[in-house]
Design a protein around this ligand. Sequence first.
Ligand SMILES: [Zn+2]
Length: 323
Amino acid sequence: MILAGGIGGGVASEAMAQGVWTILKHEGRDYLTLREIGAFYRLGTLERSLNQFSLRLGAASLRGHADSQEFYISRLKFILSYPIREIAGELCMSRMDLVKLVEPVLRPGRIPSAGRVDTVILDAGHGGSDSGAVGRLGAEKEFTLDVAFRARTELLKAGFQVFLTRSRDEFVPLEERSRFANRFEGGNALFISIHFNSSGWGTGVETFTLAPQGVPSMMSDGPMVSDLVRCPGNARDAENMALATATHASVVLRAKLPDRGIKRARFFVIRETVLPSVLLEGGFISNPEEIRRIASGEYRQQLAGGILEAVQNYRRAVSSRSG
Ligand SMILES: [Zn+2]
């Protein structure tokens, strides 16, 4: 009965008390059966057809596919750190994904370290000599700053304190951005980094949250020794995932672009910042269709509205006792 090992205290102790988990070893990792996960969260019975499965209860559902990392929680797309596997005839999820993803998403109100939120640090990606991605209709550094300004206006109107890591077209090193944000440690602050993507005809919105210790970044070619190092931001693993969920849900809904999912990475600013942090990629500057949207004030206003809604929803989620 082994949900121990320093991860997932809450789930571990409850589950052990109830004695519900069967742990299966696969590829050197612990896996748990979706049947038992469904029972634990009272999600109803597992429906399975071929390799697809779903678990439902009212509005909440978990949905996925054997041998796939794509996973849906109530229609929101997540990329698991490890694929769903069939082991001994049972569909199973890695313990890491259960503890670091499913638990904080389904029960954000139980994140012990999540505090009040009254302050938001907005980080407009790039700036000055670093233009970021450059498209036909403008550069990433201009669009990120504009979204930060618009989001600041929305957040101020709603009563939040807002600070920007840059407020003009200047180069601010990544270390400087995290150092600035970390001055708010112990306060009630969140950190939201705003970027746009670049990769040919790539399309859609994606949200990055810090990879837990031991989990490979989805932006690297494979596992690296540095994956094993605990980063400062790992202190907020659960809040990071709850914030990514709130951010992605609001932004995808408003952007009306394809949903690329919530992913894991170790980008500097989310790795080194000790506040609950997220990095949003609000569309592809390299895509000739998408750049037209990104270059419109209307679209950037939708992203800003999404950021406000995300902060409000995150605050509500972590303070709910029902979660
Ligand atoms: Zn960028």
